[in-house]
Write a protein that binds this ligand. Structure first.
Ligand SMILES: *[C@@H]1O[C@H](CO)[C@@H](O)[C@H](O)[C@H]1NC(C)=O
Ligand SMILES: *[C@@H]1O[C@H](CO)[C@@H](O)[C@H](O)[C@H]1NC(C)=O
Ligand SMILES: *[C@@H]1O[C@H](CO)[C@@H](O)[C@H](O)[C@H]1NC(C)=O
Ligand SMILES: *[C@@H]1O[C@H](CO)[C@@H](O)[C@H](O)[C@H]1NC(C)=O
Length: 181
């Protein structure tokens, strides 16, 4: 064995040892298919398959987004676990007769997945709705938004989401034209 190839083997063994100690259960291989799977899991979870929680998210997933409109102005919602994320999704579904996200466009870059989506929803009975809404039951509501998913490089699960809804459009679609900030 030449000195050069010996050094190469030592180096390869060292980096192998390092990657296994850094990431014990590293079973994720980044490829287009795994990126698509992460996006599909996210949309399916949002569309009501909450059993996907621990396939889709890391336990300490963060959601960053703008303040949400509330009846007294706006509220901040901080989300730092997958359980809180699911709770937030269930809250978002509450009251609507139909509540579904449709993917308009999607972009992938390594551990980043960016989804441009549209909400496809139908207003439910007013006494069941928990967001302020000024449209009759049965009204179709749609608006767009963009979610940036950050994948964990060890598990491929989503560890962070930066979400931006088209809020002014959304509020007007919901019939709210004078919302206090
Ligand atoms: C996900 O894991 C957490 C923590 O182990 C658990 O409390 C929760 O029930 C799991 N969710 C699902 C849908 O299995
Ligand atoms: C909004 O403010 C009113 C008056 O201060 C209060 O009675 C009501 O509980 C508040 N509603 C919410 C959702 O915080
Ligand atoms: C939107 O939802 C309605 C049901 O309310 C459904 O008929 C329609 O196909 C959906 N649109 C898309 C693009 O999925
Ligand atoms: C949502 O975005 C699509 C383009 O992807 C556009 O055609 C549509 O008009 C937008 N809808 C609203 C309500 O802004």
């Amino acid at each position: 064995m030449t000195v050069l190839s010996f050094l190469w083997v030592v180096g390869a063994m060292a980096s192998l040892a390092m990657s296994t100690t850094l990431c014990q259960d590293c079973d994720f291989i980044l490829c287009h298919k795994s990126q698509e799977k992460a996006a599909k899991n996210y949309i399916d979870t949002w569309n009501g398959d909450f059993s996907l929680e621990n396939i889709t998210f890391t336990p300490n997933v963060n959601l960053y987004q703008d303040r949400l409109p509330g009846s007294n102005g706006s509220i901040e919602l901080s989300i730092g676990t997958s359980g809180e994320f699911i709770k937030f999704m269930k809250m978002a579904h509450t009251g609507w007769n139909h509540y579904q996200f449709v993917v308009q466009n999607i972009a992938f870059d390594k551990y980043n997945v960016v989804i441009r989506w549209a909400l496809n929803a139908t207003v439910g009975p007013h006494d069941k709705m928990i967001i302020p809404i000024n449209k009759p039951e049965g009204s179709h509501i749609t608006y767009n938004g963009t979610d940036w998913l950050y994948l964990d490089d060890c598990t491929g699960r989503i560890k962070r989401v930066d979400s931006a809804q088209d809020y002014i459009t959304a509020l007007h679609a919901q019939g709210l034209t004078d919302v206090k900030i």
